[in-house]
Structures are given as structure tokens and as C-alpha cells.
Design a protein around this ligand. Structure first.
Ligand code: R5P
Length: 281
């Protein structure tokens, strides 16, 4: 077994290889003069683990090219962050089910697929192959433990993140609560007022994705108005679009951290161990 990764997932692919005690394949990535992507891989194995977060269109194409490169191997597909997963249904006539379109495109040539905290588990059923999701909620809990906060409150910014937040909170037996969020636009949300008993407490807001940062910024403002001592934010997928990381720091959030499903300077915990575990190693 060997591991191969797209450019967007080179660090995580190497970590998965380390966890599996195997090699990561060297890949040459370049472009043709017209801008088309090109890949050329070194020695493959008869069993391959193909790792590629879909963070943009190029990373999706690179993943498709690597899958084709490995056509003569038995392939395990790993999609640590799956862009397009949030368009998981047709919200209005004329739209595609983008998550299904992407899932079907990458399924060809792989025996099975592993995702990490996919936005909705129903997306796993869109792959044309067996697909399972692993959660980094316990790893976020372990990271929060290392932060050594005094009796922190773990907060989900919406009802949908409640189970995730409860799993994080179970690691330290911390208090857990959730807010009720209504999305107004792509980068604006409204939170229903709720008394969180946050006064003079450290609060860690946890979520699967931080994209524009609107969700976390709005929750943090509510916490500040209720006298929270300090606010931290931890997520799995640090998309941080439109300068979201800086937006959150400027809003007074003490620490903003994510995993390496999207490789960032603030990636503080890795998905590698969970993925290796899901591969049965
Ligand atoms: C939504 O359901 C997700 O769990 C996240 O809360 C959302 O994607 C965060 O987006 P943003 O950072 O743009 O508010």
C-alpha cells in the first residue's frame, strides 16, 4: 500500500503515510501552456490511498487525474474536505445537487471512500461506492484539554452542530450549549438571543466549517454582550474565505484553530490518525 495526494493535501497525505507505516508517492504537478493541469506520479503500488481535499476546482481536477493515474490499483479514496458538499440538495428549481455531481465524478476508479466531518452524512450516500465519514470532534476535545482553560463552556453555533459539540465536550466533561442560527445571506447570520451563563467564563465555539466567519463572529458578539471572559473558535475545516481568519481575530477571538483537512498555519490537529483507523490500520 502507498499513499498519493493532491497538492492541497500534501501534508495530510504524508501524515497518513506515516500513520500507515508506508511511503507517500512523489508527484510532479504542473500546467500545460494553456493552463490545463498535469500530474505525473512516481512508483505506484497495487493498493493505493488517494488523498485529496476539494478546496477549489483545480484540486478537484487534480484528484480526478490522480484517480485515473491509479487505474490499475485497488484504490481507497480519501476526501478530507469536500467542497460542494453544502449544496446537498436542490434548494430551488434550476440548481444542481452539486454534492452528488462531485461525489459521482470522483467515485469512478475507487473501491471505497472516506470523508471527514462531511457537512451532512446523506452526502455519503451520493458516492457510487461505499463511503464512511469520520469525526474529529474527539480530537478537538483533546486539543481544548491542552489549552488548559478553567471550566470552559463548549458552544455549538446552531442546532445542527449540537451532537458535534457534545462529543467535543464529553472529552473533558465540560458544559455544552447551543445557539439558534438563521442564515440571512452568504456571509451574514442572525442568532436568536439566549442566556448562555457565559459571564466571566472561557467559551470555545466549535463547528464543522468556518467559511466566511459570519457564524462565529455573530456568536462571539453575543458572548461578549453576556460578559464572557474570552472566546475561542475551533473547527474541522478552516475554509477562511474572504479573510475570515483575520476577521475573527479582529473581532476579539483569542484563538482560531482548525485541522489539516485544509492545510493552514493554524492547523493544530490532524485527521491522519482517524483516517488510518478507518482504513483498518
Ligand atoms: C453550516 O451549517 C456550517 O456548519 C457552518 O456553520 C457554516 O458553514 C459556517 O459558515 P460561515 O463561516 O460562512 O458562517
Amino acid at each position: 500500500m502507498k499513499v498519493i495526494g493532491t497538492e492541497a493535501s500534501q501534508v495530510l497525505a504524508s501524515r497518513i503515510a506515516d500513520e500507515l507505516g508506508t511511503a507517500v508517492v512523489d508527484v510532479k504537478f504542473s500546467r500545460f501552456p494553456d493552463g490545463e493541469l498535469y500530474v505525473c506520479a512516481g512508483g505506484l503500488d497495487e493498493e493505493m490511498v488517494i488523498v485529496g481535499s476539494i478546496v477549489d476546482s483545480d484540486s478537484l481536477v487534480q484528484l480526478l487525474l490522480l484517480i485515473d493515474t491509479c487505474e490499475n490499483s485497488h484504490n481507497h479514496l480519501i476526501i478530507p474536505y469536500m467542497g460542494y458538499a453544502r449544496q446537498d440538495k436542490r434548494f430551488k428549481a434550476g440548481e444542481p445537487v452539486s454534492a452528488r455531481a462531485v461525489a459521482l465524478a470522483v467515485s469512478r476508479g475507487a473501491a471505497a471512500c472516506i470523508t471527514v466531518n462531511i457537512h451532512d452524512k446523506k452526502v455519503n450516500s451520493y458516492f457510487g461506492i461505499p463511503s464512511t465519514d469520520v469525526s474529529l470532534a474527539p480530537d478537538i476535545g483533546t486539543y481544548i484539554k491542552k489549552m488548559d482553560l478553567d471550566d470552559p463552556l463548549i458552544l455549538a453555533p446552531d442546532d445542527g452542530a449540537t451532537v458535534f459539540a457534545e462529543t467535543v465536550a464529553a472529552v473533558g466533561n465540560w458544559d455544552c450549549d447551543h445557539l439558534d442560527k438563521t442564515r440571512i445571506s452568504g456571509d451574514e447570520v442572525r442568532m436568536a438571543h439566549k442566556d448562555l451563563s457565559a459571564a466571566k467564563r472561557s467559551v470555545v465555539i466549535v463547528d464543522d466549517i468556518i467559511s466566511t466567519g459570519g457564524t462565529i463572529a455573530t456568536a462571539a458578539a453575543l458572548l461578549a454582550s453576556q460578559g464572557a471572559r474570552d472566546v475561542h473558535a475551533a473547527c474541522v475545516h478552516g475554509v477562511f474565505t474572504n479573510g475570515a481568519y483575520v476577521r475573527l481575530k479582529a473581532a476579539g477571538i483569542r484563538e482560531v484553530v482548525c485541522s489539516d483537512t485544509i492545510e493552514r498555519g493554524c492547523s493544530q490537529y490532524s485527521a491522519a490518525l482517524r483516517i488510518a483507523g478507518a482504513l483498518g490500520r
